[in-house]
Design a protein around this ligand. Structure first.
Ligand code: SF4
Ligand code: SF4
Length: 179
C-alpha cells in the first residue's frame, strides 16, 4: 500500500475546564441543521455533554464511528475518586442507546470537524467554547492510503439494521421508479 500525506485534525478535551454550558452542542446542531443555522437541537449534535452537576462531572464526548453491534460488556472509570457512567466516554453510535443517532431517521451521527466550503478556521465547537476546554490542532502525517467507507454506505447499513434490508431495498426501488 502506498503512503500519502494527510492533515490530521485533533481536538483535545480538557475535562477540568468544562463547566457543562452546552454551547458546543448548540452550535454543532445549528451548523448541521438544514438550512444551516436554522434550528438548535442538541439531539442532532455531534458532541454531547455527559453531565452530573452534583458530582462535578462534565464530559464533552465526540460522535465517532457507527457500529451495528453492542459490545459484550460495559466499561466503568474511576478517576480522582469520581465514578463515571458506564459508556460515559464511548464515542460510538451503537444500537444500545439513542446517543449519536439522528432523532428522526435514526441515522448515525459522526463528527466531521465542521467540513465546510470555504473551510472554517477552527471547528465551531472549539470557537464557541469560551472556557478553552476544547483545543484544536492540525499536523501533517504520512499514512497508508486507505479505502474510505462511504457515508452513504454507512447510512444504508444503519437503516438496514433498523428496518431490515428487504424494507430498504423495497423503499429504494420505489423511490427510483418515482424519479
Ligand atoms: S468539530 Fe464540528 S462537527 Fe465535530 S462536534 Fe465540533 S461542531 Fe460538531
Ligand atoms: S462549550 Fe466548552 S465548557 Fe461548554 S459544555 Fe462544551 S466543552 Fe464544556
Amino acid at each position: 500500500m502506498s503512503k500519502v500525506k494527510k492533515i490530521i485534525k485533533t481536538i483535545t478535551v480538557d475535562i477540568e475546564k468544562c463547566n457543562g454550558c452546552r454551547a458546543c452542542e448548540a452550535v454543532c446542531s445549528a451548523f448541521h441543521a438544514e438550512p444551516k443555522y436554522s434550528t438548535i437541537n442538541p439531539e442532532r449534535s455531534r458532541i454531547r455533554m455527559m453531565r452530573h452537576p452534583l458530582k462535578d462531572i462534565f464530559i464533552p464526548v465526540y460522535a465517532g464511528e457507527y457500529t451495528p453491534a453492542e459490545c459484550m460488556g460495559r466499561d466503568k472509570y474511576i478517576i480522582d475518586g469520581r465514578e463515571y457512567d458506564e459508556c460515559g466516554f464511548c464515542r460510538a453510535a451503537c444500537p444500545s442507546r439513542t446517543l449519536f443517532h439522528e432523532p428522526d431517521s435514526g441515522l448515525p451521527l459522526k463528527c466531521d470537524m465542521c467540513e465546510d466550503d470555504p473551510p472554517q478556521e477552527k471547528p465551531l465547537c472549539v470557537q464557541w467554547c469560551i472556557n478553552d476546554a476544547l483545543i484544536y490542532e492540525e499536523r501533517e502525517e504520512e499514512v497508508e492510503e486507505e479505502v474510505q467507507i462511504d457515508d452513504v454506505e454507512v447510512g444504508i447499513k444503519s437503516l438496514a439494521d433498523k428496518h431490515g434490508i428487504d424494507k430498504v431495498v423495497e423503499t429504494l426501488t420505489r423511490m427510483s421508479q418515482k424519479s
